[in-house]
Design a protein around this ligand. Structure first.
Ligand SMILES: *Cc1c(COP(=O)(O)O)cnc(C)c1O
Length: 360
């Protein structure tokens, strides 16, 4: 079966090695005569899948011992609610709005307490991020929230704000495991896995133990409490077993490739191939401010929506799929996650040059 180069923002490309291994194990996992989807989550077979996945993630990210790793169903939007429900003990939080996902997170949090928007990039069309030195936060805020990589706009916080003793909470969905990250700088990190790690339906939460509280917002359902997951090893009820299994394989793949330092180098190489091409293009312009550019999501436009549409269509004829920008911004977006091979980016660069030659 011929594979294409899939530039989708999510659900997104997964490593071919992982897909092949999963296919081989589909009918019988570890000589059990059953697939992973068919075994109980209370078996030693599954326990070792989730234990190894957690350990490999801990190794990759150097997660300190005083942080818990939780496997939570419900994806990204559920974390928009779980974060305030569990962390707002004074009922106050400061949000940095740098794109649609942080805007939605702030809106959801406002249902549970007093939300202050500490910065808002909406006026600039979310094409750039504020200087972290210009940011200030309320002393009694329960946490400061940001979205580390803005999937839709192609920007990334390359510097973190200094929040002092206030826990910093970050949505790392679209830059999860793309480069090393100092976990100890955060109170809580969460990522929906369908961007850079695995199949949709699962979010991974990395939370400092002192933030796992008993006295959460009143009426917080059992399944919305981080404590429920922490106390049960993420096995309070049936977890998304297959999703956890594939994530585990991706973690092992990343370790075999040399870990996150190595990933960062590869991602920088891929991103600069594409940005260099766009910077020297006479037809296309990258939309994110140069200092804030994401390594994962590269956004660009020609300035002519009809030409953009034709670019996306003709790219598909060349096996370069899903380059259309998010429906809220238009233009193009190439998501070049960990599993996108260098050859995929090279093919895109050649196509951009060819398209440019034929259209100028
Ligand atoms: C995709 C995305 C989300 C939304 O995730 P869902 O699982 O669809 O709710 C949130 N944050 C970021 C950064 C994303 O890229």
């Amino acid at each position: 079966m011929e594979r294409v180069y899939n530039f989708s923002a999510g659900p997104a490309v997964l490593p071919e090695e992982v897909l092949k291994e999963a296919a081989e194990e589909m009918m019988s996992y570890e000589r059990s005569g059953m697939s992973v989807m068919e075994i109980s989550h209370r078996t030693p077979l599954f326990q070792s899948i989730i234990d190894e996945a957690e350990q490999d993630l801990r190794d990759l990210m150097h997660i300190p011992d005083n942080y818990k790793v939780l496997f939570v169903q419900g994806g990204g939007h559920m974390q928009f609610a779980m974060v305030p429900m569990n962390l707002m003990k004074n009922g106050k939080a400061d949000y940095l709005v740098s794109g649609l996902w942080s805007k939605k997170a702030a809106k959801e949090a406002a249902m549970y307490g007093d939300v202050r928007i500490a910065a808002n990039g909406e006026e600039s069309g979310f094409t750039c991020l504020p200087d972290v030195k210009d940011l200030s936060f309320r002393e009694d805020a329960d946490y400061v929230y940001l979205c580390l990589n803005n999937t839709i706009y192609g920007t990334m916080w390359h510097q973190l704000p200094d929040t002092g003793d206030i826990p910093l909470v970050a949505d790392i969905s679209s830059c999860f495991l793309s480069e090393p990250l100092d976990v100890s700088k955060f109170g809580l990190l969460w990522g929906g896995v369908q961007k850079n790690v695995g199949p949709a339906g699962l979010a991974i939460v990395i939370i400092r133990e002192d933030l796992i509280r008993e006295d959460v917002c009143p009426n917080t359902p059992t399944m919305m409490r981080y404590k429920t997951y922490a106390d049960s090893g993420s096995l309070y009820n049936t977890p998304p077993v297959y999703s956890i299994y594939i994530c585990g394989k991706v973690f092992r793949w990343l370790k075999q490739l040399g870990g996150l330092e190595e990933m960062k180098e590869m991602n920088e190489r891929k991103a600069s191939l594409l940005y260099d091409c766009l910077d020297s293009s006479r037809l296309f312009t990258p939309t994110a401010a140069e200092k804030d550019r994401s390594l994962m999501n590269v956004t660009f436009v020609s300035g002519d929506p009809d030409l953009d549409a034709r670019f996306v269509r003709e790219a598909e004829e060349h096996g370069l799929m899903n380059l259309k920008g998010h429906r809220s911004v238009g233009g193009m977006r190439a998501s070049i996650y960990n599993a996108m091979p260098v050859a995929g980016v090279e093919a895109l660069v050649s196509f951009i040059k060819e398209f440019e030659k034929n259209n100028s």
